[in-house]
Design a protein around this ligand. Structure first.
Ligand code: SAM
Length: 320
């Protein structure tokens, strides 16, 4: 026997639809021995096999090249930049106070009430991410053994920070949310890792006061900032890269219909919702060149979820 909910869920997951009747739900719920028998029946059905053939059709849908150009304002006065930055800070401080882990990976396993039993998977995902980073450096023939100082922009609760600290002598973990930082600090202490300095990024211009570093790492962070803030952060951070140093970062670069007008955005009421912003690729390439860096690798990624209207990229760039 399995529960009726399990049967309904199996229909949704494997057939992509609701069961045709209550009777059919009752039938499976009482006839099958357990979940694995239910699964076996479903995956051997004609319906599932046919849907699998469709799923495995030659190519997944891709964003066509004929989407409209985005209208995005990228430069703001110092005063407006500060106001934009404060909006994002308030959102993330709130998210950090309420759901620090879920706000990093929005999967219900990481709600506070579920986190304890799922923490291993959460932190393992950070390790896996860095294994990919190692592979990308390797593929680009970058020898990272002489890189000492690494900056992580948006360290969150330290998911990726700890594996970074296993690779670099010094890690500076920046975040705009004190709430996330305190969870990250606690986690690093638990792991007895003491060569990470956790720093609260309380002002958008603060990065320009930092010492130079060899590596910049930032994923699923810039996307939550308005485009003028993304530009400011990237300009400051790439300016601080040492010659030969690398930046590995993710940034969404296109969404059909996205526009960003600074004054309109500042006039909107503050919310605590997580925002997603897009930075045009042409402007990004220009910024990279202006900061005396060269692009070594660019990939489309699934950091914002798979989409046929939006693109997110992960880039590896190197300072000349
Ligand atoms: C989705 S979480 C990702 C955390 C971490 N990068 C990871 O992958 O585990 C985004 C984090 O970036 C932080 N953040 C957002 N904007 C930031 C900014 N402009 N500067 C520094 N941290 C920022 C948030 O407070 C939050 O902790």
């Amino acid at each position: 026997m399995v529960s009726k909910e399990t049967v309904i869920f199996a229909y949704r997951l494997l057939f992509g639809r609701e069961p045709e009747s209550e009777a059919v739900v009752t039938h499976y719920a009482t006839e099958v021995k357990d979940v694995s028998q239910l699964r076996e029946l479903f995956i051997n059905s004609t319906e599932f096999r046919e849907s699998l053939e469709q799923i495995q059709s030659p190519r997944p849908p891709r964003l066509p090249f004929n989407g409209p150009a985005m209208d995005v304002e990228l430069t703001a006065s110092s005063e407006k930049l500060t106001a934009l930055f404060i909006k994002t800070t308030n959102q993330w401080q709130h998210l950090g106070e309420t759901q620090p882990h879920w706000s990093v990976l929005t999967n219900e396993s990481y709600f506070q009430e579920n986190f304890h039993q799922n923490s291993d998977a959460f932190y393992a995902s950070g390790e896996a991410e860095l294994t990919q980073f190692d592979a990308i450096l390797n593929c680009a023939k970058i020898n990272s053994s002489h890189f000492k100082r690494c900056v992580e922009l948006g360290c969150g609760v330290g998911r990726v920070t700890i594996p970074l600290a296993q690779r670099f002598e010094e890690v500076i973990a920046l975040d705009i949310s004190q709430a996330h930082l305190s969870v990250a600090k606690h986690y690093a202490n638990e792991k007895a890792i003491h060569h990470i300095s956790f720093e609260h990024l309380s002002q958008i211009h603060a990065i320009s006061q930092m010492d130079e570093f060899d590596v910049l790492y930032s994923r699923i962070v810039l996307q939550h900032n308005s485009p003028p803030v993304m530009a400011m952060l990237l300009n400051q951070l790439l300016a601080k890269l040492r010659p030969g140093g690398v930046a590995f970062f993710q940034i969404p670069t296109y969404k059909a219909g996205y526009r960003f007008c600074i004054d309109d955005y500042l006039a909107q009421e503050n919310t605590t919702a997580m925002e997603m912003h897009f930075f045009p690729q042409t402007a990004l390439f220009e910024l990279i060149t202006n900061q005396h860096c060269r692009l070594l690798e660019i990939r489309e990624d699934d950091a914002i979820g798979l989409s046929v209207t939006a693109v997110s990229n992960t880039l590896l760039v190197q300072k000349n």
